[in-house]
Design a protein around this ligand. Structure first.
Ligand SMILES: Cc1cc2nc3c(=O)[nH]c(=O)nc-3n(C[C@H](O)[C@H](O)[C@H](O)COP(=O)(O)O)c2cc1C
Length: 221
């Protein structure tokens, strides 16, 4: 698969087979991801890879919080408040497309809740990762981690694996830290569910839409 195909074929995988990728393969994927560019080559990304055991314990604790409405102090807002209409519309459509793929109706709150809950099982992926960044970094440092994450994704695709990035883990920073034991100067950026795609699962069948070029590019004379 060439780079263009990899970029265009990439999508969020939210159901995985039981096949466990070897730790050597995960290391190889992470090594490739680490070739990402960053201003001044600061490489501000940190990754905590959770094996089956650690992932299970983190999931159990987080699901307990989720099911019992336990809230933690969040360290960054996932979306701006308020979210401008342009972005709100896209966010709504992305959720609607996913629930449609699962045949979940808009008023079926129980099924929607159950699907959101899957986040905290890493969508059944055999490997989970937590990505952090030193909290001293500003907006551009977070952008550099974004470059690392896209590299991680494309590198995973190259090796036949799929990914879903998960900002949902940033809602439980205290619980995550109990397992990753990252130092106080680091902030949880997102989680990564990684494994082999279950291509028969309906959640992996739909694809999100993209805007026309004219909505985000201006050619200046
Ligand atoms: C930083 C980041 C965090 C994300 N967090 C979540 C998440 O917590 N749960 C989820 O189901 N999808 C999550 N996504 C996936 C997005 O919803 C998805 O990328 C978007 O809808 C576009 O769809 P696509 O990845 O299939 O092209 C995240 C994506 C990014 C880039």
């Amino acid at each position: 698969m060439n780079i263009k195909e990899g970029i265009e074929k990439r999508f969020s995988v939210r159901a995985f087979t039981d096949q466990v990728p070897s730790i050597e393969l995960i290391k190889e994927i992470l090594k490739t991801a680490g070739s990402a560019p960053s201003g001044g080559n600061i490489q501000p990304w940190k990754v905590y890879v959770l094996n089956e055991n650690a992932k299970k314990s983190l999931s159990e604790k987080t699901l307990h919080n989720f099911d019992n409405g336990v809230q933690e102090e969040i360290e960054y807002e996932i979306y701006p408040k308020p979210l401008a209409d342009e972005y709100k519309k896209r966010r709504y459509e992305c959720g609607a497309d996913m629930y449609n793929a699962l045949s979940i109706k808009e008023d079926d709150l129980d099924s929607r809740f159950k699907q959101i809950r899957e986040n905290y099982k890493f969508f059944g992926a055999p490997i989970g990762m937590i990505v952090t960044i030193d909290r001293s970094f500003g907006k551009n440092g977070w952008g550099h981690v974004g470059m690392f994450l896209e590299n991680l994704w494309l590198s995973a695709i190259h090796h036949g694996l799929g990914i879903c990035l998960q900002e949902s883990w940033s809602i439980y920073p205290k619980t995550v830290k109990e397992f990753t034991k990252h130092p106080d100067n680091e902030i949880v950026w997102c989680g990564v569910a990684i494994g082999f795609e279950d291509s028969s699962h309906p959640i992996n069948q739909y694809r999100t839409k993209r805007e026309e070029l004219s909505s985000f590019v201006k050619f200046i004379d």
